[in-house]
Ligand binder design. Structure first.
Ligand SMILES: Cc1cc2nc3c(=O)[nH]c(=O)nc-3n(C[C@H](O)[C@H](O)[C@H](O)COP(=O)(O)OP(=O)(O)OC[C@H]3O[C@@H](n4cnc5c(N)ncnc54)[C@H](O)[C@@H]3O)c2cc1C
Length: 406
């Protein structure tokens, strides 16, 4: 049975960062990388651009095959990890092969919540196979409907040609309800409507039938004929392997501040992991690319024996929707003790800071120009006191603010 010092399951944000981190510190550590997808790592974040024809498929790949050779990684692609034995330090693949590990990183990500599987004109979006299906489905479509207003469905609609009729069905009273506050969401909603999107709020699909087109009946009673339906109704962390092996699992695989699971030689990172939120201190599955990278790095350092603490994850999303940039950093909920805003939706430049009871910055929403969103990220991480409203004016004094918080 082959032995590796470190086995990583999951060839994406968390897994790749772990490999890079290990190799920055040590050439000799033996590494195996398992992924059931048989391709070099790609960016899920960019798949909506590919589906909308704004970038080619090749541009989705973050690395090519030579990366793994240069990093000295033994790849087991196209094979799923089927079982885990923590006591023996073994992972069994679905082809029957077993790998022995010193340490293991579960960078398993998550899956899209399924919806009416089997319908040809319906798809979720998580993997390259979904992106390929949607690209084929949406290319000839005159009307596309998305269910759920999150970071999967909205970008897909947004990158379609403006001639396509677009419908967005949202169960809550507003878009991005899990991501940002009501005021910022209202600004974006106005922008979406101006871009021609038909918003169906406080609504759902209660019936679907498929013929030449899809026929949807909404909870409101409205009927909608559409050529394709993209479903983005949340994700489910991949926890089965960990659960079956007896690791502690809540929504995700529970990790401590070293990204270590309840079993000492096993770590978890990214969308599969449930760790501390930097602002609230509660455990959460953060579900964004940067958290996966940060946790992948911390897990790798600890697997190498370099004691490293992770202070917690936070929201950190920068995206472009219907031609407008949006950045969401940290805690951006309506119940923040104090908020400070600058600009407006009409000016296409809006900034909102979220402060705690000690007037420290805990979050920011930036709509329009997002170049300085990294500054807000650093300020939340540094638990910076609010320096005054001029911070939001964008008067090129960010360097001074950075020095202030350094
Ligand atoms: C359409 C879309 C848009 C997004 N937009 C944004 C955005 O704008 N900003 C942002 O921050 N985030 C965004 N995200 C989320 C982001 O992509 C994830 O947070 C990130 O990919 C998490 O990385 P990960 O390494 O934890 O897991 P994943 O990227 O999910 O990768 C996990 C890997 O593990 C493999 N795997 C799982 N189980 C097994 C097994 N048993 N055996 C072998 N292999 C296995 C999977 O095949 C997969 O390759 C988006 C996601 C999607 C789908």
């Amino acid at each position: 049975m082959p032995h590796f010092d470190i086995v990583i399951i999951g060839n994406s944000a968390a897994g790749l960062q772990a490999i890079r981190t290990i190799r920055r510190h040590c050439r000799r550590t033996t590494i195996a990388l398992i992924d059931r997808e048989d391709s070099p790592a790609y960016s899920r974040v960019l798949t909506p651009y590919f589906i909308g024809g704004k970038t080619g498929r090749d541009n989705l790949f973050i690395v090519d095959g030579s990366f793994y050779r240069e990093m000295g990684v033994a790849t087991f692609f196209g094979q799923a990890a089927a079982a885990l034995d923590p006591e023996r330090g073994e992972v069994r693949l679905d082809n029957g092969e077993t790998l022995h590990f010193g340490s293991l990183l579960l960078a398993l990500g998550s899956e899209a919540r399924p919806f009416s599987p089997g319908l040809k004109r319906v798809s979720t979006l998580r993997h390259m196979a979904d992106a390929d299906k949607l690209e084929g489905l949406l290319k000839p479509a005159a009307c596309v409907t998305a269910l759920g207003a999150g970071l999967v469905s909205v970008p897909v609609l947004s990158h379609l040609s403006p001639d396509v009729e677009r419908h967005l069905i949202v169960s809550s009273g507003r878009i991005f309800s899990r991501l940002l506050d009501a005021e910022s969401a209202a600004i974006l909603e106005e922008h979406f409507t101006a871009a021609g999107v038909h918003l169906h709020k406080r609504n759902d699909i209660v019936e679907v039938s498929e013929g030449d087109r899809l026929h949807l009946t909404l909870a409101s009673g409205e009927k909608l004929a559409t050529d394709a339906l993209v479903v983005g109704k949340g994700v489910i962390p991949n926890t089965t392997l960990a659960r079956q092996a007896g690791l502690i699992v809540k929504d995700g695989i529970v990790v401590d501040e070293h990204c270590r699971t309840s079993y000492p030689a096993i770590y978890a990172a990214g969308d599969a992991a449930e760790g501390k939120d930097f602002v609230t201190g509660e455990t959460t599955v953060q579900g964004n690319w940067i958290t996966a990278v940060e946790q992948g790095e911390v897990a790798a350092l600890n697997m190498l024996g370099l004691d490293r603490l992770y202070e917690g994850s936070m929201k950190n999303n920068i995206t472009e929707v219907f031609g407008i940039d949006v950045a969401v950093v940290g805690y951006c909920s309506d119940d923040a003790p104090r908020t400070v805003t600058h600009g407006s939706g009409a000016s296409r430049r809006f900034r909102k800071l979220f402060l705690n009871e000690k007037d420290r910055i805990i979050g920011a929403v930036v709509i329009g120009e997002t170049n300085d969103s990294g500054l807000y990220y650093q300020m939340v991480r540094a638990r910076s006191p609010f320096p005054g409203k001029q911070l939001l004016h964008g008067d090129n004094r960010y360097g001074a603010f950075m020095l202030q918080i350094a």
